[in-house]
Design a protein around this ligand. Structure first.
Ligand SMILES: Nc1ncnc2c1ncn2[C@@H]1O[C@H](COP(=O)(O)OP(=O)(O)OP(=O)(O)O)[C@@H](O)[C@H]1O
Length: 417
């Protein structure tokens, strides 16, 4: 029973009348800015024609996994690069294309995507892997969230692989976050060790830690790193094309012409990060919505950039290990106390870092490890390093300077603790 009067919305909809009545004015029926916002969402996997400037990388990855089409073992790969350089996107895209082509050849392939920043332990990673590729109706195998041993998860994984697939590609994103190399060892040796009969496994490791390989067990290194790829940051033209290819996220005529060039120029100036560029575009649209503006104006890009930058930084810090954060905290402390200094020497940072470790009751890492952690932060553009000469008495030394506002860094660090 409808309680609407003849003037109510039910009456109007039923009779094809589009006039808004008093109740309807409370809500907007159509998004005035976005036509397909999903295109700008973080987890959206764009189709082929929206992937720009990575043809060579995609072809190289495809060549490395190509043997899978003939049911042979794909090469194991390691992909390095700064944030937002398309590593995950290209790995997933190539995997998806491989599955389609193999299917036409009668070869059954699947891929599993493991986010090692979430699944950091061996048990979590093998559980996620097994659960994501298992079709319980076909295999009769169950993969509970918890309650069984790591060894049992492996046993079930091997039986799923043999029952369902000729080849599986395992994408291990942020592989450096895994607590141990054990799962890599298991995956790379499963065939030789007779754990699986017919199925072939290919691993694709992804990392933005330049030094990750140095920490790996030698045996794992030799099998996992058969091929390595480094993805460079994007330049302004590439970022512009990437954003242009997603313009239809907005309604026709809503996006003013200066928005994409400005966002691309800013993103290229800083880190050449496509995620940040796309985030900026989404935020600029949301700012237009919040201001009830009819168009997305170039001036909105300034605020959008600030928000995207803080997001990026927060994500980087959230993913960092405690000691990597202490090192940053030490540099932040120095930067806040001596704001006019153009940088701080490694030894000065190390002194504060040691003190911080003592305060939290943690053993400090060696000076060499701290130097590596500073290098990692520099690689991800959190700080900048410069070489200096101290003359014959002091020799050469490195200075480190935060690229972010130290107050912003402090606030992010405090809120993550
Ligand atoms: N060449 C490209 N064409 C279109 N979109 C891209 C391209 N490269 C990256 N993107 C988009 O930018 C965002 C970040 O890409 P991706 O997650 O692949 O980066 P990443 O290198 O794996 O970064 P991280 O190390 O931070 O995980 C995604 O939304 C992706 O769709």
């Amino acid at each position: 029973m409808h309680d609407c009067s003849e003037n109510g919305s039910y009456f109007h909809r039923k009779h094809g009348v589009v006039r808004m009545d008093a109740d309807d004015e409370l809500f907007t029926r159509e998004d005035p800015i976005f036509a397909n916002k999903e295109l700008l969402e973080i987890n959206h996997l764009p189709e082929k024609n929206r992937i720009v400037g990575r043809d060579d990388e995609i072809q190289s990855l495809a060549n490395a996994v190509n043997p899978a089409i003939f049911g042979q073992s794909p090469s194991n790969l390691l992909i390095y690069g700064k944030t937002g350089t398309g590593k995950s996107l290209c790995a997933k895209h190539v995997s998806r294309r491989l599955i389609e082509t193999a299917d036409q050849e009668g070869v059954t392939i699947t891929y599993a995507y493991i986010d090692c920043s979430q699944d950091t332990t061996e048990t979590q990673a093998v559980q996620s892997l097994a659960a994501s590729i298992n079709d319980a109706e076909k295999t009769g195998v169950s993969i509970p969230d918890k309650g069984i041993s790591t060894a049992t998860y492996y046993k079930r994984l091997w039986s799923i692989l043999d029952a369902q697939y000729d080849v599986v590609l395992v994408i291990l994103d942020e592989i450096d976050k895994l607590e141990s190399d054990s799962i890599l060892m298991q995956l790379s040796r499963a065939g030789e060790a007779g754990k699986i009969d017919d199925c072939k496994i290919g691993a694709i490791g992804i990392s933005n830690k330049i030094k990750y390989k140095d920490r790996m067990d030698e045996r794992v290194k030799s099998s996992l790193c058969e091929r390595e790829f480094v993805f460079p940051p994007y330049d302004a033209n590439q970022l512009r094309s990437i954003m242009n290819a997603r313009k239809d996220a907005f309604r026709d005529g809503v996006l003013e012409s200066g928005v994409i060039p400005r966002a691309a120029a800013l993103a290229a100036q800083e880190h050449g990060d496509a995620r940040k560029a796309i985030d900026m575009l989404r935020y600029a649209g949301e700012i237009a919505q919040a201001n009830s503006a009819e168009t997305v104006r170039e001036e909105f890009v300034t605020d959008a950039r600030e928000k995207a930058e803080t997001d990026r930084f927060r994500e980087l810090i959230r993913g960092a290990t405690p000691h990597s954060r202490y090192v940053l905290q030490a540099l932040t402390h120095l930067s806040l106390n001596e704001p006019h200094q153009d940088g701080f020497r490694t030894t000065a940072i190390y002194d504060v870092y040691e003190q911080l470790c003592e305060d939290v009751g943690s053993d400090p890492l060696s000076l060499r490890r701290v130097r590596d952690l500073l290098k990692e932060h520099a690689f991800l553009d959190v700080l900048e390093q410069s070489r200096h000469s101290g003359g014959s008495a002091e020799g050469n030394f490195t200075k480190h300077r935060l690229l972010e506002d130290p107050e912003v860094v402090r606030d992010v660090l405090v809120n993550i603790e």
